[in-house]
Ligand binder design. Structure first.
Ligand SMILES: Nc1nc2c(ncn2[C@@H]2O[C@H](COP(=O)(O)OP(=O)(O)OP(=O)(O)O)[C@@H](O)[C@H]2O)c(=O)[nH]1
Ligand SMILES: [Mg+2]
Length: 457
């Protein structure tokens, strides 16, 4: 990271000829590098300015025969974008003129700005957090209306706001816990265990939801992932083969036929979708059973939609297990669509079913495709509140924070566990959350983020 006290200058408008060009200068020497050759019409005001002002005047470039008209937008104090003296020269957008002005600024002591250096200074001055700094780049790079909208919302502080509120709640809780630790001898209780647990749970749920949103956002550019899940023998592989139009998966009346998972591309009502067939939902205790469970878990975690298959001919016990497992994944915040399979085997189907199909009798399959298509196009199903770059950077921090908060909740729920352990987990969670907004950062991280910017931003 180069010196923050250097005065930097760069072209801030798009390169190439245009009606107007903008050169941006920032740093403690901004006034000095301009003062002898920018001649404002209101020289006295320009010298004495304490608040942001606009001055019209002329630039006297030694090599040029005539002066150039220029307006200077001048922020003399800390109220600028970068939090330090900053000037913008608004002038004719001719590339040779702009180059001559930049050369003169560099001759007088400014140095060329590095990519993203103005925004880096804004971040270091506390004018923007890291999520907002990334949004500046998102606005510049947006290729469509939705992307631009997301970037602008993030720049305006959309997610930053929730992060700040959540961090504030957790910091207050940490302060309460630490106050209690200081008076442990006196048996003073600042907050009750129930209260601690409740506040930790609230934080954990919010972080888990943000982690899910970030994960979904990371995969938003990819094909949507639809996972077939359900009890063994529910007809998942039969449906998988039918939807792909090929005999990919092994089908048999023996429960537990599918053991790992299979994937294929399903053209669902014109939308290309990654379709995934998983092993039936049972918790076998052996080694393969555990691996199956892990595969399935990984697939469900990454699903945009889970199509939960329940066989129409399932027994009362299976019905109960089926409902329990389905409720578990729904509670984990996964989007689930239930479909009753093998409808040819039973006339009356469950009242709660979203859809019913029979591959054997080719019934309900077009309706199923339409319903899946509608679920995937539901804006709520695909989160847009994160910029892809921020989601990718923050996902691990959010997962880390969610894990630490889950541990903290578990500890809080055990009456014998010490509050210093809970405070330890909470501190860890806060550190992870700090990385997201940039309260905690490394030079390497800043280099990675800001080097993607263009010069002048
Ligand atoms: N009658 C009828 N039988 C079906 C239908 N769909 C699947 N089956 C039968 O149900 C049995 C199980 O089908 P699979 O597709 O292997 O079921 P699965 O859910 O993949 O099972 P696991 O891989 O063991 O979890 C097979 O004998 C299929 O022929 C259907 O629509 N109607
Ligand atoms: Mg199968």
């Amino acid at each position: 990271m180069k010196g923050l006290d250097d005065t930097i200058a760069a072209l801030a408008s798009a390169p190439g000829a245009a009606a107007r060009g903008i050169i941006r200068i920032s740093g403690p020497g901004t006034f000095a590098v301009l003062k002898d050759w920018f001649v404002p019409a209101d020289a006295a005001n320009w010298q004495a300015a304490k608040t942001p002002q606009r001055h019209s005047g002329k630039l006297l470039i030694p090599q040029a025969r005539a002066p150039f008209e220029s307006d200077v937008q001048w922020w003399p104090g800390r109220r600028s974008y970068t939090g330090q003296p900053l000037a913008e020269l608004h002038m004719v957008g001719s590339p040779p003129v702009l180059s001559a002005v930049l050369a003169e600024l560099y001759r007088r002591g400014a140095r060329p700005a590095e990519p993203g250096e103005f925004t880096l200074r804004a971040f270091l001055a506390g004018k923007l957090d890291l999520l907002q700094a990334e949004a500046v780049l998102g606005v510049i790079d947006a290729t469509g209306e939705q992307e631009l909208k997301t970037a602008l919302e993030q720049l305006a502080g959309g997610i930053s706001q929730s992060m700040v509120l959540m961090r504030r709640d957790l910091l207050e809780l940490l302060a309460d816990l630490e106050a209690g630790l200081d008076f442990v001898e006196e048996h003073l209780e600042f907050v009750s265990r129930d209260e601690i647990t409740r506040r930790l749970m609230k934080g954990r749920d919010m972080v888990t939801q943000l982690a899910q949103q970030a994960r979904q956002r990371m995969h938003a550019g990819e094909r949507p992932r639809v996972v077939l899940a359900g009890l063994p023998n529910a007809g998942k592989s039969t449906l998988f083969n039918h939807l792909l139009g090929q005999e990919h998966a092994l089908v048999s009346p023996i429960p537990g036929t599918t053991r790992d998972y299979l994937t294929g591309i399903w053209h669902c009502e014109g939308l290309a979708v990654d379709l995934i067939d998983t092993a039936g939902w049972e918790f076998a205790g052996d080694e393969i059973g555990t691996a199956m469970q892990q595969f399935r878990h990984d697939q469900l975690e990454r699903a945009d939609l889970i199509v939960w298959c329940s066989a129409a001919d399932r027994s009362a016990t299976e019905r109960e297990i089926d409902a329990r497992y389905r409720a578990d994944i729904e509670q984990a915040g996964r989007p689930v669509f239930q479909v009753i399979t093998k409808s040819d085997l039973q006339i009356g189907i469950g009242a709660t079913a979203s859809s019913s199909i029979s591959v054997a009798k080719n019934l309900g399959l077009t309706k199923l495709a339409r319903a899946v298509h509608a679920c995937l196009n539901d804006p709520a199903a695909r989160d847009r509140s994160w910029l892809g770059s921020s989601a990718a950077r923050c996902e691990q921090s959010l997962v880390g924070a969610a894990e630490a908060l889950s541990h903290a909740v578990q500890l809080a729920e055990q009456p014998g566990s010490g509050e210093e352990l809970i405070a330890g987990e909470l501190r860890l969670a806060l550190e992870h959350l700090g990385e997201i907004v940039g309260v905690v950062y490394t030079d390497d991280l800043l280099d990675r983020i800001f080097s993607k910017f263009c010069i002048g931003k």
